[in-house]
Design a protein around this ligand. Structure first.
Ligand SMILES: C[S@@+](CC[C@H](N)C(=O)[O-])C[C@H]1O[C@@H](n2cnc3c(N)ncnc32)[C@H](O)[C@@H]1O
Ligand SMILES: [Zn+2]
Length: 274
């Protein structure tokens, strides 16, 4: 798909005036003359001037781990769930807080989906745009999604904060949100190792699930858990790819004993509350 089609199909709105942005030359422009350049890699920054949220190194390590297939079973499960809940003819997927783009890039490959992905971290969006050509990548904030009301069939929210008022505005009447949250076993081998350095308590998944149920009609809950062997190089990449260990001195961890890693994720499907 050409860059032009991809960015125009995304139906992006100007973050300044809210009018539709259309591609003209190498930029997206609205009727009021606000202008946002398409980067060399093909993404558009709708939050210019914003500083780094997470370092590039975190996203490179995420990509390394994704490329080794550790999240492939989760991806497969997500695809099945979305197929079950989305029946539109030319469906629109929005990956909110997409990171380096693994899910948007690998779901519905070669299908008729319109795929848009955004993140507040420019570093992440850069990586995504370099690799996944059938996805429109944007730097944007999930508190102000630059898309029209009722325009999305499925919002993906994987290990990312959520704004359900904004999500409900953007999804179609029968659209859904697929939220992935870490279960208590998620990366437990690393969290156990780092527990003396971790200042925050365990991830409060009950609170996150209650908050989801307060704002969305939860129509399905699934759990996916598996443990896979890792090399030392992979264990190190896992330790560097998760914001859970962001304040931990990874060099000081004795990763020698980490020979396997557990992925434990809960998947919630929510529809708009009536
Ligand atoms: C743990 S990462 C998950 C990224 C991706 N979904 C994945 O699973 O690889 C959380 C992501 O949320 C993004 N994020 C945090 N707050 C955000 C916001 N307000 N708007 C958009 N993205 C945000 C971060 O930059 C980061 O890429
Ligand atoms: Zn404008």
């Amino acid at each position: 798909m050409s860059e032009k089609n991809r960015l125009n199909d995304a139906k992006l709105l100007c973050p300044v005036c809210g009018k539709r942005l259309l591609l003209e030359g190498g930029s997206l422009r609205c009727m009021e003359g606000h202008c946002f350049d398409v980067s060399r890699q093909g993404y558009v920054n709708l939050l210019p001037g914003r500083g780094a949220f997470y370092p590039m190194e975190l996203f490179r390590n995420r990509r390394f781990v994704f490329d080794r297939g550790f999240y492939a079973p989760l991806l497969e499960k997500m695809q099945l769930l979305i197929e079950r809940y989305v029946k539109a003819e030319k469906p629109v997927l929005l990956d909110a807080g997409c990171g380096e783009g693994y899910y948007a890039g690998n779901l519905f490959k070669n299908g008729n989906w319109i795929k848009t992905a955004f993140d507040i971290s420019r570093e992440a969006v850069q990586l995504g745009a370099q690799r996944y050509e059938d996805v429109a990548f944007i730097v944007a904030d999930l508190k102000r999604i630059p898309l029209p009301d009722h325009s999305v069939d499925c919002i993906l929210d994987v290990l990312t904060p959520a704004d359900y008022t904004e999500f409900s505005r953007v999804i179609k009447k029968n659209g859904c949100v697929l939220k992935a949250i870490p279960g208590e076993g998620y990366l437990k081998e690393l969290r156990t190792l780092a527990k003396d350095q971790l200042r925050s308590g365990p991830y409060e998944s009950d609170r996150v699930k209650d908050y989801f149920a307060l704002h969305m009609q939860c129509v399905r809950r699934d759990r996916i858990t598996y443990t896979l062997p890792v090399t030392q190089e992979e264990a190190r990449a896992f330790a560097r790819m998760t914001p859970m260990l962001q304040r931990v001195d990874v060099e000081a961890l004795d990763l020698g004993g980490v020979t396997e890693i557990t992925i434990d994720m809960e998947l919630l499907v929510g529809k708009k509350k009536r």
